[in-house]
Design a binder for this molecule. Structure first.
Ligand code: F58
Length: 834
């Protein structure tokens, strides 16, 4: 493999003094016109909103690029230690509004766009989401890039430039259908193709031996197929700083030369087909959330991503001519889950096979470089790759993994003499047919630090998944860093009215970068005037969402009703099923009441949103049940609009920005011990929404921060789950009587053909109710009643809402990134001056 960039041009210092862009409305206006004419080649008679958006975006990007260049040049010059955040997913969403806020130019842009006869808010909606992720893990990566840039940490993201992001969800006849998300249809102003930054990546082939320059025998990986990785840079603006971060995304391209050694002159067609296959490597994001399918193409994507990124990192490291042993002092690599774990054997391979280092010296460098974040305990989400597949696609890596495992097990055995069970449990290779590589174990062995994403989750992985590793390494290698979210996108940008109210009340905007300052709101929690201002903002946000629902779905919802929201990927462990079952229970209770009693109820709008993995049959049935129930409930006049059910199609980042500020209650109701952290819980509470949740993931820490009296918690605890499952299995299922009534009504055909829902209902009965819906149902219904009663007292509700926002300082991704930098990366901020 070539480890140099394909061409290394001679660089010259440029003697031009750069004049910064001016940000007054007239200059902005003329820049937009300039881009319309030159970049887009459009005239004033030939302009639509999309073109206007593009011209505006280009002019903003010009301004962003000044900071980008300044930052990257300074980094190049000073060469501080850097961190690379390797993630297969970055769920960025839209970029324009965010950039306008970061650069503090939104007001002037508003005016300029207005002068040109358009509305900036309209233009913002023209942008397609960069949806290069499935859910929480991908969005977390995007929040962390925002916080790293804002706090001037020299951090780059590395990922893949999928041509198709997460699919578009459409609802047809109540069912989810999928459409491809070809987000690059139009020009994408937020990426820079780097045609000069390309690396070759090899697959397949064979391993041979060779004698290197020092006369030593080394392995060499030969033959096989090669593809090219080309870089695309996505600038990540920091808020209130000249610093600008970067995410480098790799796109696969065919090698523009044929491999003449293996080129069969009579088989031209096949050669071209191979070139196309190369291009398809980064076509599509795998749409599974918390579930892994061991597809060959996915393994290739993972290696492609890791190989290109490491070549790039090493290229940069070599420029400074430091000795290899200094590599970990210049480079920290964070692996966002196990998907980048092939970086461990890949770096070892480069150091030993290509650079000629001794195995132990190389291994020392590797294990001082990498750190690993685990995001799940669900067994079906833990990555395992079959050894035969790995041997076929990455023959040398498979050998290296065997060696890493052998040396590791030898060390373990020295400490725990004769404990064969331990060796079997802790081995990176799982016995079976076929054998499997346990990627999480490889990641642990190859990293200096492993972290979970919320306190409970980190405890659970220490107690269960990685318990044997703690016996060997001791506890210090395994730490917790609770997730965070960026307050810029999730409050400052998404909730402008609340932003302004908070800023006026606290006297400055500093909270946007020092979120702890929100605690200053506590002293206004009982202030009647402040309460009514706070309530008015929430009401306006609910109106905004109600308007969206009416305009896009034709359903009328009343902003005076309690807005109860559950938006996230559809998964059995997240229990949207339990939610809709409780909605049906509520509906039936209403049906039993007199008209007079109905009119005394607290009206509710229950909102769902989220995508099911295309192959996840049960999750898709949950969507169907929600829509079938909505059909019946929304059209039943007898309940006087006291209950409405809405399934918002195609939930994504930009929809979340409208939905999150509008909640009174949001639900985070996973079976205890299954949701590693959750991050939408943080977004809702930051925007003054209360939580109805289980004792799981970050819900627990949110409760600790905002006060137990401001959160509705229910359900069994994580350490009870195993025993309950055991009892259910051997002593019979428990069926909650209220739940039975609900099931009976579905089976009686109240919500359409009951045979459709048979397999779904089976999960509660013959399926063993693995996620304990029946066990938690009673306490769940009780909490719903408590929510209603609390909501009747508007004053106390608003006070709780204020206390929610005021207590959320801890959950800023700024805090989380600082923790990573201090505890794991040993990284200092690197301030860029204008
Ligand atoms: C999520 N994982 C966790 N995985 O479920 C959630 O609790 C946590 O808050 C979040 O990570 C951030 O830590 C998650 O989103 C995926 O989407 C993977 C994508 C690739 C395939 C396997 C699942």
């Amino acid at each position: 493999t070539k480890h140099e960039q394909l061409s290394e041009p001679t660089l010259q210092t440029w003697k031009k003094h750069i004049v910064p862009e001016k940000n007054d409305p007239a200059s902005i206006e003329s820049d937009i016109v300039h881009h319309t004419i030159t970049t887009l080649c459009r005239g004033v008679y030939n302009l639509d909103k999309l073109a206007m958006y593009q011209a505006t975006a280009h002019s903003v990007r010009d301004r962003l690029l000044e900071d980008w260049n300044l930052t990257q040049e300074a980094l190049h010059r000073e060469n501080p230690k850097r961190c690379y955040y390797m993630s297969m997913e970055f769920l960025i969403g839209r970029a324009l509004d965010n950039a306008l806020h970061c650069l503090h130019v939104k007001k002037n842009y508003n005016q300029s766009v207005d002068n040109l006869g358009f509305s900036l808010e309209d233009l913002l909606c023209e942008e397609k989401d960069a949806a290069l992720g499935n859910g929480g893990l991908g969005r977390l990566a995007a929040c962390y890039m925002d916080s790293a840039a804002t706090q001037d940490y020299p951090t780059w993201g590395y990922g893949l430039r999928y041509q198709y992001g997460i699919f578009k969800q459409m609802i047809k006849d109540g069912y989810q259908t999928e459409m491809p998300d070809y987000w690059l249809n139009f020009d994408n102003p937020w990426e820079f193709p780097r045609a000069d930054i390309r690396y070759e990546v090899r697959f397949h082939g064979y391993v041979a031996t060779k004698i290197n320059e020092k006369g030593e025998t080394r392995m060499t990986w030969e033959g096989g197929d090669k593809v090219q990785a080309m870089a695309y840079d996505v600038p990540i603006p920091g808020f209130d700083t000249k610093g600008c971060g970067n995410i480098r995304l790799w796109s696969s391209k065919p090698l523009n030369t044929f491999d003449f050694d293996s080129f069969n002159a009579g088989d031209y067609e096949r050669s071209v087909a191979e070139q196309t296959a190369a291009q398809n490597l980064t076509s599509v994001l795998y749409p599974n959330d918390n579930h892994l399918v061991g597809k060959e193409l996915r393994l290739k994507q993972e290696y492609f991503f890791v190989s290109a990124s490491l070549q790039d990192i090493i290229h940069r490291f070599k420029r400074a001519k430091c000795p290899w042993k200094d590599f970990p002092d210049k480079v920290a690599v964070q692996m966002n889950d196990t998907h980048p774990t092939l970086a461990v054997p890949e770096l070892q391979r480069i150091l030993v096979d290509i650079e000629g280092l001794e195995w132990d010296d190389a291994w020392d460098i590797v294990t001082r470089t990498f750190a690993f974040t685990n995001h799940t305990v669900l067994p079906e989400a833990l990555e395992c790759w079959s050894v035969p597949m790995m041997e076929k696609i990455l023959p040398r890596h498979m050998q290296i993994i065997y060696d890493i495992n052998l040396f590791f097990l030898q060390k373990v055995e020295k400490v725990f003499v004769g404990d064969r069970d331990l060796l079997k449990r802790i081995s990176i290779i799982e016995e079976g047919s076929p054998q499997q590589v346990r990627m999480a174990f490889l990641a642990v062995v190859g990293s200096h630090t492993v972290n979970g994403v919320a306190a409970l989750h980190s405890d659970l992985i220490r107690k269960h998944l990685f318990n044997d590793f703690i016996k060997y390494y001791g506890p210090d290698k395994f730490i917790n860093i609770t997730n965070g979210i960026t307050p810029r996108r999730w409050l400052y940008q998404a909730n402008p009215d609340l932003r302004d109210l908070i800023t006026t009340t606290l006297g400055s905007e500093d909270w946007a970068t020092k979120l702890d300052l929100l605690k200053g709101l506590k002293k206004f929690a009982d202030d009647t005037k402040f309460q009514s201002q706070w309530a008015a903002v929430k009401y306006k946000n609910k109106e905004r969402l109600a308007f969206w629902i009416k305009a896009n779905m034709g359903i009328t919802v009343n902003p005076d009703a309690l807005f109860d929201i559950q938006v996230k990927r559809i998964h059995e462990y997240k229990r949207q099923y339990m939610n809709i079952l409780s909605v049906i229970y509520r509906y039936q209770s209403l049906k039993k009441m007199s008209a007079e009693d109905i009119s005394q109820q607290v009206p509710r709008v229950v909102i769902f949103g989220g995508k099911a993995a295309p192959g996840y049959y049960i999750a898709k049935l949950v969507i169907k049940l929600i829509n079938s129930a909505a059909q019946v409930i929304n059209n039943d006049k007898s309940i006087q609009d006291m209950l409405k059910v809405v399934f918002i199609p195609d939930y994504n980042v930009s929809l979340a920005e409208i939905i999150v500020p509008a909640s009174d209650i949001s639900q985070h109701i996973s079976t205890a011990g299954t949701e590693a952290s959750g991050t939408s819980n943080m977004k809702f509470v930051l925007n003054g929404g209360l939580i109805l949740g289980t004792v799981d993931g970050a819900n627990i820490e949110i409760g600790e921060q905002i006060g137990a009296e401001n959160i509705f918690m229910f359900g069994v605890l994580s350490d009870e789950v195993e025993d309950i499952r055991h009892n259910q299995k051997y002593h019979g299922l428990f069926m909650d009587p209220s739940l039975q009534v609900v099931i009976d009504s579905i089976q009686a055909g109240q919500f359409g053909d009951p045979s459709i829902f048979g397999p779904l209902i089976n999960t509660l009965t013959y399926g063993g109710d693995y996620y304990l819906i029946s066990v938690d149902f009673k306490s769940y219904l009780q909490k719903h009643t408590e929510v209603d009663e609390t909501y009747r007292d508007k004053k106390s509700w608003v006070k709780k809402s204020i206390m929610c926002t005021a207590g959320m300082g801890f959950f800023s991704s700024d805090r989380a990134v600082c923790e990573y930098a201090d505890k794991i990366w040993k990284l200092k901020p690197f301030k860029v001056e204008a």
